[in-house]
Design a protein. Structure first.
Lengths: 111, 113
């Protein structure tokens, strides 16, 4: 089983739609969680952190369920510019420190 | 700060040749990660360093791959001999131990023919 698993998609949605991405992680000792965004032929960049209490940044809402080892990202009112790959990221602090990326979910927003 | 700097940006080489990828992390960051990205396998962690010391190299595919970090401002990933299946984008990222965000370089796109 992969350490971080995501639905690869692609998700094809119209502008204005609401879309949700899910991610599961296998290591219960994982300590911090993030969503990164990667545009085509570019490097990944931090989109937002994920907290147990949930957090919101404009049209983006991230949730963490530690009991189920599950992370989600909700995008409301999708824009064309939201088209990208969204990567679920888990930091493990077991002995050392590892930043593990999911394979990413591709999103295409169409006019 | 200029961010994480990787070189070269693109590399095309023949099978069997040695390839060396270079990375300069952000000053003050004490974690450095090497990743490989392909369409089939996504972003894979190859190896990471803390304070220049390799901590976990379990993601390195085989003995043809090696990585070093001789000082806090420089790391290399070497493939010898290279094979066509090594073709991928290789990213370097650095992280401040107390921070949360990993900053990536722009990547090296490697093509082995």
């Amino acid at each position: 089983r992969k350490e971080v698993e995501q639905d690869p998609g692609p998700f094809n949605v119209p502008e204005g739609a609401t879309v949700a991405f899910n991610c599961t992680y296998s290591n219960s000792a994982s300590q911090s969680f993030f969503w990164y965004r990667q545009d085509c032929r570019k490097e990944p960049k931090l989109l937002m952190s994920v907290y147990s209490s949930g957090n919101e940044d404009g049209r983006f809402t991230a949730q963490l369920n530690r009991a189920s080892q599950y992370i989600s990202l909700l995008i409301r009112d999708s824009k064309l510019s939201d088209s990208a790959t969204y990567l679920c990221v888990v930091n493990e602090r077991t002995g050392g420190f590892k930043t593990i990326f999911g394979a990413g979910t591709r999103l295409f927003v169409k006019a | 700060d200029a961010g994480v700097i990787q070189s070269p940006r693109h590399e095309v080489t023949e099978m069997g040749q040695e390839v060396t990828l270079r990375c300069k992390p952000i000053s003050g960051h004490d974690y450095l990660f090497w990743y490989r990205q392909t369409m089939m396998r996504g972003l894979e962690l190859l190896i990471y360093f803390n304070n220049n010391v390799p901590i976990d190299d379990s993601g390195m595919p085989e003995d043809r791959f090696s990585a070093k970090m001789p000082n806090a401002s420089f790391s290399t990933l070497k493939i010898q001999p290279s094979e066509p299946r090594d073709s991928a984008v290789y990213f370097c990222a650095s992280l401040e131990s107390r921070g949360t965000e990993a900053f990536f370089g722009q990547g090296t796109r490697l093509t082995v023919v």
